[in-house]
Design a protein around this ligand. Structure first.
Ligand code: ADP
Length: 415
């Protein structure tokens, strides 16, 4: 089966086409056929398309909304020049898998999209006002352009964390606020944490029950997850992706009193404050330079920029603090797993996070660590380190494609 995986952001649309089925999943023989990204939807959009194994092609196009962006993608997929192996017409796309950010308490696993599911995702808009509407636009566009008989599946960022106990997910605010408005911690990046936990099991031969690890996703957004007996036990993002670790433009944990003070001292409205916390904080806020870790590392290295260095140090220390918290919550763990753009590529950040954890059983092999970049997968701890440390490149799209295949198995086949 060829699955079109869609990840719609507020002004972007990422996609992949993945060939997979139950047999390929079993044998780990899923194949990525093509991928692409459209940025700046709503104005002159930047388009990148790539058939696997060939050069990426880039161009600009005026795409006013998600429907126009998906239409552009579909025209490319079936265009005479494109020639994706196994795809000649739209009927060769057998299903669509969507990344949906917030599923709240309603969606504890992936769901075939029908009217009820759409209403359910709409009901979660209050909790994810930036993300869920974009996901819904993608769902509507796919339905319109591919036809209602092409099955679509929603895979939620939150659902992996639905196993968190109350002690992890409740905020210590009046309990009736949870009852009345479902104000609680949900966690995000669930598909990524779930994927790397699955790869960890494959690499080590452990069963799900035996999987006691801390996964650390460090990308533009960052989160850590304590995985106990194969299930999410605690995670650092909360009601929204603002909580927890320091990220590219989000500051993570903060005393709520700061918000009130900002309102009084700077005359900021709640919208201004929300914007500041989401878009102007984190690595960007501290350094005053950039949210991009690669550029920050270069500034710190080449120009000894004090605030670039400070941002990096705060980023590493906060991550370390969460590792400590989760090690205590879980009474130790077998492994720490790094993933995400920074976790997979920035050896120096992994080293800063892991240095000084030897009394907790973490010993990094510096050579292995510096080599484990650019999509490589494996251990970076010394052979006798009591706690293992792995780098495992994430692949949320693959998991979305697999969930899509599994979810629609009971539907009548179209091919
Ligand atoms: P997103 O969360 O948007 O998917 P990514 O997971 O791609 O983002 O992570 C983006 C981050 O990874 C950026 O801060 C980028 O600088 C960082 N990154 C990517 N490659 C490297 C590298 N070689 N060294 C350091 N940081 C890197």
């Amino acid at each position: 089966m060829n699955i079109l995986v869609l990840n719609c952001g507020s002004s972007s649309l990422k996609f992949q086409i993945i060939q997979t089925d139950l047999e390929r999943i079993e044998k780990n023989e899923d194949r990525q056929l093509a991928k692409g990204l459209i940025e700046r939807i709503g104005s002159q959009s930047l388009v990148t398309f790539q058939v696997s194994g060939r050069e990426a092609e880039k161009h600009a196009a005026p795409l006013r909304d998600h429907r126009a962006a998906l239409d552009h993608i579909i025209r490319w997929i079936i265009g005479p020049e494109t020639r994706i192996p196994g795809i000649e017409s739209l009927t060769d796309i057998h299903a669509v898998g969507h990344r949906v950010v917030h599923g709240a308490e309603r969606f504890t696993k992936s769901a075939i999209i029908d009217e009820t599911v759409i209403h359910g995702v709409e009901d979660c808009i209050d909790l994810a006002p930036l993300h869920n509407p974009a996901n819904l636009k993608g769902i509507a566009a796919a339905r319109e352009l591919l036809g209602a008989d092409v099955p679509q599946v929603a895979v939620f960022d939150t659902s992996f964390h639905s196993t968190m106990p109350e002690t992890s997910f409740l905020y210590a605010i009046p309990y009736q606020l949870y009852r009345r408005h479902k104000i609680r911690r949900y966690g995000f990046h669930g598909t990524s944490h779930r994927y790397v936990a699955y790869r960890y099991r494959q690499l080590t031969g452990k069963t799900r029950e035996e999987t006691n690890i801390i996964t650390v996703h460090l990308g533009n957004g960052c989160s850590a997850c304590a995985i106990k007996n194969g299930h999410s036990f605690d995670t650092s993002m909360g009601l929204s992706p603002l909580e927890g670790l320091v990220m590219g433009t989000r500051g993570g944990d903060i005393d709520p009193a700061v918000l009130e003070l900002l309102h009084h001292k700077e005359g900021m409205s709640m919208t201004d404050i929300d914007n500041m916390l989401n878009k102007q904080s984190g690595l960007l806020g501290i350094s005053g330079l950039t949210n991009d870790m690669r550029d920050l590392l270069e500034e710190a290295r080449e120009h000894q920029d004090r605030r670039a260095n400070l941002a990096i140090n705060i980023f590493a220390q906060r991550t370390k603090k969460y590792l400590g918290a989760y090690l205590a919550e879980m009474n130790g763990a077998d492994a720490i797993v790094f993933t995400g753009g920074i976790g997979e590529n920035a050896a120096v950040i992994r080293q800063r996070i892991c240095t000084g954890l030897d009394r907790l059983g973490v010993v990094i092999d510096d050579q292995l660590n510096s080599q484990m970049v650019g999509g490589k997968e494996g251990a970076i701890s010394t052979p006798d380190s009591p706690m293992k440390v792995f780098v495992i490149p994430t692949n949320e799209e693959l998991l979305i494609a697999r969930d899509t295949v599994r979810s629609i198995q009971d539907l009548p086949r179209r091919f």
